[in-house]
Design a protein around this ligand. Structure first.
Ligand code: THU
Length: 120
């Protein structure tokens, strides 16, 4: 969080995750003068996950400006879903919860597989 670039919202965010091989990956939000293209902290985390060898997240902790646990936004829950498992643990303001509870009935790769080939 201390390295976040958040001059517009003044809401720095930091996130850290444990990978299934023991690695720790981190991210911070990076905003932009074109506000809509700002990156959430979780985007950086997922990028570091892949850039350093891939794997699945087993636990994630995200904090906001006050240093307290921050619930990842909906888009970022979707990012975490695809890069973890339904059992991946998330530290939330309501305690530690598995991803299956914070993104119920999630859309994911399985949905694409079930869809099969395009019609026609
Ligand atoms: N933000 C994150 O980095 N992650 C979240 O899950 C929620 C929001 C950032 C985006 C923006 O830079 C700032 O927090 C205020 O919305």
């Amino acid at each position: 969080m201390g390295r976040a670039y958040a001059p517009y919202s003044r809401f720095p965010v930091g996130v850290a995750g444990i990978v299934d091989d023991g690695r720790i990956v981190v991210g911070c939000n990076v905003e932009n003068a074109a506000y809509g293209v700002g990156l959430c902290a979780e985007c950086g985390l997922v990028s570091e996950l892949h850039a350093t060898g891939g794997g699945k997240l087993v636990a994630v902790s995200c904090v906001g400006r006050d240093g307290e646990p921050l619930m990842p936004c909906g888009r970022c829950r979707q990012l975490l879903w695809e890069n973890g498992t339904p059992e991946t643990l998330l530290l939330t303001p309501e305690g530690v919860l598995p991803m299956r509870d914070v993104l119920p009935q999630a859309f994911g790769p399985d949905n694409l597989a079930i869809a099969g080939p395009l019609p026609g």
